[in-house]
Write a protein of this length. Structure first.
Length: 335
């Protein structure tokens, strides 16, 4: 019988915190507390397992204990434990469904290009995440992923960009996009860089799609989503000032931003029909985001400005946008 301990919202020593959740080590190979140790705190009523194909619920003592012991020996994985809020279950289910979509898009390459890696079967199904319902009426919502390095230093920006472009190519062949490319959403796994956080991802032609981070989003994107010209032009600058004030004051950013706004004014004056803008830019938005992310990386890690600014200028051009990820790969490969 597990003894009841003091109420604890989350298990595990957090090594990362985002808008919706915190990341914890899973098994008992790390210093406690971990996600495993959280499961030992209070008696469990039931465990709902979510797999790529569906879900199942464990309720017997044998099933629950088997699950807990399975978690105990799980290595090199992280659990994103969702933060308490009114929409916690909806947020959890949305991420599970987005991960299922990404698995479908990448197929056998999902573990090569993403950190989405369903845990091997506990009983019958592979596991993307779970909802643990405790007898004290608390619930823990967790999504599992491969644990990678989110505190890396970029030394080879070409390798960084190529890894992400190859991932974008797979998305674009399925008419899909990430929508939230930035340094915070790229991790290093071994020698490879991978996109994470698929919460903003969507079909390219979905008119209700979200636009992701303010820092990296093409101002044309905001305009197409219904924002005013003034709002569209200054959202990027506002976000940079608020969260990356040193970067916002750098000549790298201010010169690039000024050029982007000049081009935005020229483009929106020239093309009055929004359908025309959609046609021109529909496959360019993730590439633009990658360009701004590369600019941020050049500033943050002191990389070669002269070598990479021509590529960044091409990726973030509004006058002559890179048509798609295939063209972007040709550009960066030539560096």
């Amino acid at each position: 019988m597990r003894k009841t301990a003091k109420k604890r919202k989350h298990g595990g020593k957090s090594f990362g915190k985002g808008a919706h959740g915190e990341a914890f080590n899973v098994g008992d190979d790390q210093a406690e507390p971990t996600f495993y140790s959280n499961l030992r705190v209070n008696p469990i009523r039931s465990i709902r397992i979510f797999s790529p194909e569906g879900e199942e619920t464990y309720t017997t003592e044998q099933e629950k204990e088997q699950f807990i012991q399975y978690i105990r020996i799980t290595r090199d994985k992280m659990a994103k434990v969702f933060l308490p809020c009114k929409t916690i279950e909806a947020d959890f289910l949305e991420e599970i469904n987005k991960n299922r979509k990404i698995i479908d898009i990448y197929g056998e390459l999902v573990e090569k290009y993403t950190t989405i890696s369903p845990l091997p079967p506990v009983f019958r199904n592979y596991m993307l995440g779970c909802i643990v319902d405790y007898e004290n009426n608390e619930k823990t919502y967790a999504v599992f992923n491969t644990k990678c390095n989110n505190s890396y230093v970029i030394t080879d920006l070409k390798k960084f960009a190529l890894d992400i472009i190859e991932s974008i190519i797979i998305l674009q062949t399925q008419s899909y996009e990430h929508n939230d490319i930035k340094l915070d959403n790229i991790v290093k796994c071994g020698e490879d860089y991978k996109l994470i956080d698929w919460g903003q991802s969507s079909a390219i032609l979905n008119p209700q799609r979200k636009a992701g981070t303010l820092l990296s989003t093409n101002p044309v994107r905001w305009y197409l989503l219904g924002h005013s010209h003034l709002n569209s032009k200054y959202r990027m600058q506002f976000q940079t000032l608020r969260k990356n004030w040193r970067f916002s004051r750098s000549k790298l950013f201010t010169d690039t931003y000024a050029r982007i706004i000049r081009e935005y004014n020229e483009i929106t004056d020239e093309i009055k029909d929004k359908k025309g803008l959609v046609k021109k830019y529909v496959y360019t938005f993730d590439i633009f985001m990658l360009g701004m992310t590369m600019l941020h990386a050049v500033f943050k890690f002191g990389l070669e400005i002269d070598k990479f600014m021509p590529v960044i200028d091409k990726f973030t051009s509004l006058i002559n946008p890179v048509k798609n990820a295939f063209e972007a790969k040709e550009i960066i490969s030539a560096v």
